[in-house]
Design a protein around this ligand. Structure first.
Ligand code: DON
Length: 574
């Protein structure tokens, strides 16, 4: 399954610290040694690549606001972090203003006009996971550039050209490949994208893999970014870039046309809001399931003294898993693009709904999950999250993605950017729900112009009207649970933001019915206790990259916590 391939790609990220040019490398979870948080008096950017954080920080230092810095960071990541940073994908931006109000920008990809629910079934009705996840038919209409332009038009303050220019320079002049990027690019050109000559040309040295320390220049991408700098979103959705995308699609059985690109619009949405022990949670509404599921789980857990259970103790992991199980069943049953489907968001995030779910939890025994639990009859996980806070306290939380690491592995010839494989987040086909986690419910089937269901959970936490933290993560369906645990670590366990990000994480997603715990996550005796309660437990792997910011309540300083699970990440403040 693609999800496993994606996790595989994530695990390719090496824990080599030698090339990390700052104190932001450091330990992996459980390892000795502190490496943060980074402190700054005014503004902070934390992202997957220190060069992108620097691009955002420079915008803040020049007087731009957090939205401006988020746009510059996102475009720089499209150059320095091609696994997930993108202009060929989509995502979400949650914004909290200094006066306490908030909004969200939805730039999730859309299905092309020619899409239909059975588009990954062959003439015999056989479903092809490969076509669904690894072909031109896996590509959704990209949303990132439209989303950034909309956010800038509505809430930016700096000149657009100044936000795009740093990424043009990075692509044109190049930057040094790290160990992690070298490994990722060799996976791309030797495996995933080996069948696409433009991919091999863009990301190898005439066919030979890049090595750590090499300079990576991307001249085609620099020209595309130059058109975006000069023409705004029109430089992507019309003219040369649109023509190159549509030609690539026509020549390879893809569905996206010039008309699909012309029709794409980002949407402003009302965030999902909840409360947890007096803290206010602001997160992403549908087409992400993230905000709804996060608030549901927090509401369930509010009924327990989780701090008294002990961090990552068996009772704690049990209650986490049971809350996760219930929120993910709701997700499979109800969540999808609310422009197409009635999603009962307001009911799902109530304390009453959580109370009724809590009543079904046995404190000592695992419950079970089965496809037959569904009222109706699906979704699928490289993504990247970054957090920004400016001098005025405006906070921006962005998670965006190509879906799998390097998306579909297809570089648009002449345009130099990778296309997403986000159509893989639509359900595979009507009714295809399995114990292994394939979901076949109706709301999230592919329909023309519909946005595919996401788990991305860019979130902001406040208390008594003051900004507390900016959080989020990649990781497919694990995202929601990663964000949940960072918040619990701060609120219930009193961790500082770096400890909260570093702490080992737990995942359960209803189906498959298993708890997964990061390598060093819990003692063997805890696993035994969980198994005795009836939970199948898998240990291993890494979960998420939760680059976060917290405000020091005493000094107002911005505390940037880059997640050490990727040594290329960086927190940069001023
Ligand atoms: O939108 C989603 O939920 C997924 N396409 C995100 C994919 C992801 O996080 C992969 N990262 N490791």
């Amino acid at each position: 399954m693609e999800r496993h391939k994606t996790l595989g790609a994530l695990l390719l990220l090496p824990a080599l610290l030698a090339l990390t040019p700052s104190g932001q490398g450091g330990s992996i979870p459980g390892a000795a040694g502190r490496h943060g948080p980074e402190r700054a008096p005014s503004g902070m950017v934390v992202s997957e690549h220190w060069l992108a954080s620097e691009a955002g920080r420079d915008v803040l230092a020049a007087g731009g606001n957090a939205v401006d810095a988020a746009i510059a960071t996102g475009l720089a990541l499209a150059v320095t972090h091609p696994a997930a940073g993108n202009i060929g994908g989509g995502g979400f931006m949650v914004i909290r203003f200094p006066n306490g109000t908030s909004t969200a920008i939805d730039f999730r990809e859309k299905a092309p006009l020619a899409a239909h629910p059975e588009m990954w079934l062959d003439e015999n009705g056989e479903y092809s996971s490969d076509v669904h996840h690894n072909s031109h038919r896996a590509v959704g209409v990209p949303g990132t550039v439209a989303g950034f332009e909309k956010a800038h038009r509505l809430y930016g303050s700096a000149a657009w050209v100044d936000l795009v220019e740093p990424s043009v320079v990075l692509a044109e002049e190049g930057f040094l490949v790290t160990e992690g990027l070298a490994e990722g690019l060799s996976y791309l050109v030797e495996r995933k994208g080996s069948g696409y000559p433009a991919t091999v040309a863009a990301f190898s040295k005439d066919g030979a893999p890049y090595q750590a320390g090499d300079l990576l220049r991307q001249p085609d991408l620099a020209r595309t970014l130059g058109r975006i700098r000069d023409e705004g979103a029109a430089g992507f959705y019309h003219g040369e870039t649109a023509r190159l995308v549509a030609e690539e699609m026509r020549a390879n059985g893809g569905l996206i046309t010039e008309e699909d690109l012309d029709l794409y619009q980002a949407r402003e949405r009302t965030p999902v809001r909840g409360t947890y022990r007096g803290y206010e949670i602001v997160s992403m509404p549908p087409p992400s399931s993230g905000g709804v599921a996060l608030v549901t789980m927090l509401n369930i857990l509010e009924g327990y003294d989780v701090a008294a259970m002990g961090h990552n103790s068996a009772p704690y992991v049990h209650h986490l898993a049971e809350a996760m199980r219930r929120a993910f069943r709701d997700r499979a049953t109800y969540l999808a693009d609310q422009d197409f489907v009635d999603v009962p968001v307001h009911t799902l995030i109530t304390k009453e709904h959580a109370g009724s779910l809590r009543e079904t939890i046995d404190p000592a025994r695992a419950s079970t999950s089965a496809p037959s639990d569904l009222a109706q009859g699906y979704e699928s996980p490289e993504t990247t999250h970054y957090s920004v806070v400016d001098a005025d306290g405006m906070a921006v939380s962005v998670t965006y993605t190509l879906e799998a690491g390097y998306g579909a592995g297809i570089v648009v010839p002449g345009a130099g950017f990778l296309l997403n494989n986000e159509m893989g987040d639509f359900n595979a086909g009507p009714g295809l729900t399995t114990d292994r986690g394939l979901i076949g419910t109706d709301p999230n089937l592919a329909r023309p112009q519909q946005r595919m269901l996401s788990s991305m959970t860019p979130s902001i936490v406040a208390k008594d009207g003051e900004l507390v933290a900016v959080v989020g993560s990649p990781g497919g369906r694990t995202i929601i649970n990663t964000v949940l645990q960072v918040i619990l670590n701060v609120v219930d366990f009193g961790m500082d933001i770096q400890e909260a990000v570093d702490a080992p994480r737990v995942h359960h997603q209803w189906l498959p019915d298993r708890i997964r715990i990061e390598e060093e996550g819990v003692e063997a005796s805890t696993v035994a206790e969980l198994e005795a309660m009836g939970h199948p437990v898998d240990m291993g792997g890494r979960q998420g990259l939760a680059h976060s910011i917290m405000i020091d309540p005493a000094t107002g300083e911005r505390l940037g916590a880059a997640d050490p699970r990727n040594p290329d990440s960086g927190a940069r403040g001023h």
